[in-house]
Design a protein around this ligand. Sequence first.
Ligand code: ZN
Length: 413
Amino acid sequence: MSDLKLSHQKTFDWLQNQQAEMLAKTIKWANINTGSGNYTGLMSFADMLRTEFSCLGEVEQIELPERIMLSDTGVETSHKSPPILRINRPNPGKRSVLLVAHYDTVYAINDSFQTCEISDGQLNGPGVADLKGGMVVMLYALQALQKSGLMDELGIEILLNPDEEIGSPASGAYITERAQYHDVGFIVEPALADGTLVGARKGSGNFSLRVKGRAAHAGREIELGRNALVHLMQVLTEIEALNGARNELTINIAQIVGGGALNTVPDMAVGRFNCRLNTKPDSAWFTQELQNIVAEYNQQSGYEVSLFGGMTRNPKPATKANRNLQNFITDTGNQLAMDVAFKHTGGVCDGNNMAQAGLPNVDTLGVRGGSIHSPNEYMIIESLTERAEFLALILMRMAAGEFNYIRDVEKKR
Ligand SMILES: [Zn+2]
């Protein structure tokens, strides 16, 4: 048993009594659609979050740049992004923590999965695990820290971002920038159902290719046409062949759009793919290979090939600083009679952005749950208070100076 827990028993008792309220809040939040593309839904949820988090400090709104996306018809369109919500409580000379949660989900406004249901100790609903339940955990853990009187022994910055599920195209740079100023980072992405946390993560990139060709009548003068769809498929076949060319490099060709009338040579085609890889040198290598392939297919007369997007998440390797933080988290879990294990994954999140800035971080401190990004997404209800207690004790121990800090890269002041 942790000494800190014993000396702050009243705070932990308070937290245990919040279970019903935490569940009600998770349901209320999950019932609001915040698919990454639902600007109106995200804006009204952001309003609600501003009120909900105001007990922790002044909530600022950080406006984000518009993001340029390639439409299925090959047109570049710009999209307004909802803001980052930010609470900043700097405390010079004290350990400082960056806490991040995303308020978007993968479920679009027209998805059939929009509401919650409870059965067998589980809550099934859109975003309950990933990560609205985690955001509730963060809110209550921080309130517990406040009640314990230890909040002022830490510097704390909280960022709630609107676009993690599409690779944080608008918010990622801001998170990476802020990550340079802290000692550790925590994110409340879901733990696995058995409580296992994620250690190292691969890097990920999202790319779109646009091929412009030349239209022609398929019967009268097909020789004058330049078939954009066929050209795109050839480019994509070369890219697909890079699978496995570096250790655990994977490429998923995900979408091809183009063409129409059967008697017309298609003059426009758009293809999209994702790649996952392990190291920064692999990332540089892959990016160069793509450019070479695109240049080669661009040289062929009558075609114009353009590449959009890029590596949105750098790999999050198991550095010394990260392992040190993981040991501290494991030790804290043990003090609560929890077994804590870490495993590697190909999945990515804003923990990758923190890692890019050299910030040691653990990014799965939210609820226990599973089947995320599917209509079966669930969280284990009792994990709300369990994980809030876990995060609260982690923060309290840091505030009390029980964490021996190692950072791979010196932080900025
Ligand atoms: Zn998530």
